[in-house]
Design a protein around this ligand. Structure first.
Ligand code: 3PG
Ligand code: MG
Length: 423
């Protein structure tokens, strides 16, 4: 069965979906594991957050324990098809080596004769990290020749890169046309399983919290959630567009997307029709400019001063949202409540972290900034699951299909057809 969504693929019986790494024999085999090791670097290429590297370790350790050789590949940043030295994965190889207490060899490229030679020399238990896939234009173009060269490095292809599953690139889509065996890894499995638990047949009330700066990037997700969630809570600068839609003056400097005011209004109308409880801020932190040293004050949304800007939700809103969350059984959260990168505007977001951490519910967080906020507040262990995906997580919230999952399903379907016609 092909659903392109991956949800069915987690829950269904093995003969109806694509297999996971623990369902095929990998002993003595070479595995090409596609991971998302796109971790943030500072200006000196120091890794500032290694969550994504840690996320891949269960799959790598399993492969090593089972006697496979591991060829890891990933993109890093957006080098646009050229070799950009500061986007080398070499620091990732070093960190991974330290985490695994084992040598991780770094390849000078991801395809080509030199890489082929290194791969040929690998023995079970060896790990090789290929250089940034996006140094080649073929990766983002989903080029067949590039995909084929990647596939030919290994006996088995393992996709464990949830965070890039929304991109139709060669290392997650094209490669499945050429690899004889395609499976997914444990990180992918967890990501899809938790998302499934939150969104398909969840324990209710299901509360979705959507924040962040731009409503345009999340409006489709909000519209999809109108058919799924019991309550929707809106924070962050995107709430300004909703406030404007119900005729509040939000100050001339506040971020707002005027072209979406009408759509925001119709979302609120639809929420009402669907019986979805829709929450927007009732007060806010305002600043005279976007600056850590700005003058700030707290006002109700009725009294935002004309030449100030809204930078965070206010204390009354935090209390209101906490009340709305008190009886939640499932919470899904994407996007901060304010411009939390500046301390003076971070309180709404950190209070939200604490509120969610204190609920008795299944709590799932996804999307770049939101996981940073949870880590910053030191509450990560009190959340049920923190997704490694930003764009991919959002795509799932929109009810959209993930090309990488579609490709795995398509491969599995082809294999079944081949088997059926052979018998
Ligand atoms: C991410 O960090 O969002 C993923 O690694 C995907 O990267 P991209 O947005 O550059 O495709
Ligand atoms: Mg991204």
């Amino acid at each position: 069965m092909v659903d392109g969504f991956g949800l069915m693929s987690v829950m269904a019986a093995p003969e109806e979906r694509f297999p996971y790494i623990n369902e095929v024999d990998i002993n003595g085999k070479k595995l090409l594991i596609r991971a998302d090791l796109n971790v943030p670097y500072d200006d000196n290429q120091n890794i500032t957050d290694d969550t994504r590297i840690r996320g891949i370790l269960p799959t790598v350790n399993y492969a090593l324990d089972e006697g496979a050789s591991v060829i890891l590949c990933s993109h890093m940043g957006r080098p646009k098809g050229e070799a950009v030295p500061r986007l080398s994965l070499e620091p990732v190889a070093r960190r991974m080596s330290r985490l695994l207490k084992k040598d991780v060899l770094m390849a000078p490229d991801c395809i080509g004769p030199e890489v082929k030679k290194m791969v040929d020399q690998m023995k079970p238990g060896d790990i090789l990290l290929l250089e940034n896939l996006r140094f080649h234009p073929g990766e983002e173009m989903n080029d067949d020749d590039f995909a084929k060269e990647l596939a030919e490095l290994a006996d088995i292809y393992v996709n464990d890169a949830f965070a890039v599953a929304h991109r139709a690139h060669a290392s997650v889509v094209g490669v499945t046309k050429f690899a004889p065996v395609c499976v997914a890894g444990f990180l992918m499995k967890n990501e899809l399983m938790y998302f499934h638990r939150a969104m398909e047949n969840p324990a209710r009330p299901l509360v979705a919290i959507i924040g962040g700066a731009k409503i345009s990037s999340k409006i489709s997700a909000i519209e999809n959630l109108l058919g799924i969630a019991d309550k929707i809570i809106i924070g962050g600068a995107m709430a300004n567009t909703f406030l404007k839609a119900i005729y509040y003056d939000i100050g001339s400097k506040s971020l707002v997307e005027d072209e979406l005011v009408e759509r925001a209004r119709s979302i609120m109308r639809k929420a009402r029709r669907n019986g979805v409880k829709f929450y927007i801020p009732v007060d806010c932190v305002v600043a005279d400019r976007f600056d850590p040293k700005a003058e700030t004050k707290i006002t109700t949304v009725q009294e935002v001063p004309e030449d100030w800007m809204i930078t965070d939700i206010g204390p009354a809103t935090s209390s209101l949202f906490a009340e709305a969350l008190a009886n939640a059984k499932t919470i899904i959260w994407n996007g901060p409540m304010g411009a939390f990168e500046i301390d003076a505007f971070s309180r709404g977001t950190s209070l939200m972290v604490n509120t969610i951490a204190n609920t008795y519910s299944l709590t799932i967080v996804g999307g770049g900034d939101t996981d940073v906020a949870v880590h910053k507040a030191g509450e990560s262990s009190r959340f049920t699951y923190i997704s490694t995906g930003g764009g991919a997580f959002l795509k799932l919230l929109e009810g959209g299909t993930l090309p990488a999952i579609g490709a795995l399903e398509e491969h599995a379907r082809r294999k079944r057809e081949e088997q059926e016609s052979a018998t």
